[in-house]
Ligand binder design. Structure first.
Ligand code: SF4
Length: 227
């Protein structure tokens, strides 16, 4: 699986421009086990931006990177980004890899960090987080939240390693994170079309730009349509 590798490269380039703190996976923050509503009066602040996964069979090392302030230093609402690099086994079966990408995407809907309410929709790369005053008082930090996410992704047997990148720095290049997120979404949508649509007509297809750019996508559709 290498459809998203160019975006991983772009993400690494983006993050290397900023001084970040890197943590090994530590003690996971508590998971509530079910969705939690944090009322406005109980909210310390909200983070709003993008949250998405980049799945690859190339090497990724477990850990958390934080660019910007940790939760205890944030006083007001601000922009943010979460980018999760997920290394999977080299399966060599496109259908299984496609199913795996979907399964990995569902992890965020089944992870409920205590006092850290994540909201997103399956048809968007946007992610908003509401953090409770109690979570801050109890010592919540991105290392714990990231470690919980790593544990959750790794409940999927084919997931080998996970790196969670959190960005909260005001000077970060958010338009670029947005662009990478949109591209990621477009590649995932194209993959969705390729795996589920037997119609094969590149001349009239509105996904041609992505297929021209992402190595192997066109061949994959050609092979699927041929079966
Ligand atoms: S291979 Fe051709 S028909 Fe298939 S998604 Fe890409 S551009 Fe469209």
């Amino acid at each position: 699986m290498n459809f998203f590798d160019s975006l991983i490269f772009e993400t690494e380039k983006l993050t290397s421009d900023f001084l970040g703190n890197e943590f090994p996976k530590g003690t996971p923050w508590k998971d509530c086990g079910e969705s939690q509503i944090i009322m406005r009066r109980d909210t310390a602040f909200e983070l709003e931006g993008v949250g998405f996964n980049l799945v690859t069979s190339s090497d990724v090392s477990d850990g958390i990177i934080l660019i910007g302030d940790d939760l205890d230093k944030i006083k007001d609402n601000r922009r943010f980004a979460r980018i999760t690099l997920v290394q999977i086994d080299n399966i060599g079966d496109e259908q299984k890899e496609y199913n795996l990408i979907k399964k990995i995407d569902y992890v965020k809907y089944h992870t409920f960090p205590d006092g850290y309410m994540m909201r997103s929709t399956s048809r968007s790369h946007k992610e908003a987080v509401r953090v409770s005053k109690k979570a801050i008082a109890d010592g919540a930090d991105f290392c714990g939240i990231g470690s919980l996410l790593i544990d959750k992704y790794k409940e999927i047997p084919e997931v080998k390693a996970v790196k969670v990148i959190f960005i909260t720095a005001s000077e970060a290049d958010y338009p670029e994170t947005e662009r990478i997120a949109e591209k990621n979404y477009a590649i995932a949508e194209t993959l969705n079309h390729v795996m589920n649509n037997i119609v094969f007509d590149c001349k009239t297809c509105n996904l041609k730009a992505i297929c021209d750019e992402v190595e192997g996508m066109k061949e994959l559709h050609f092979n699927k349509a041929d079966k």
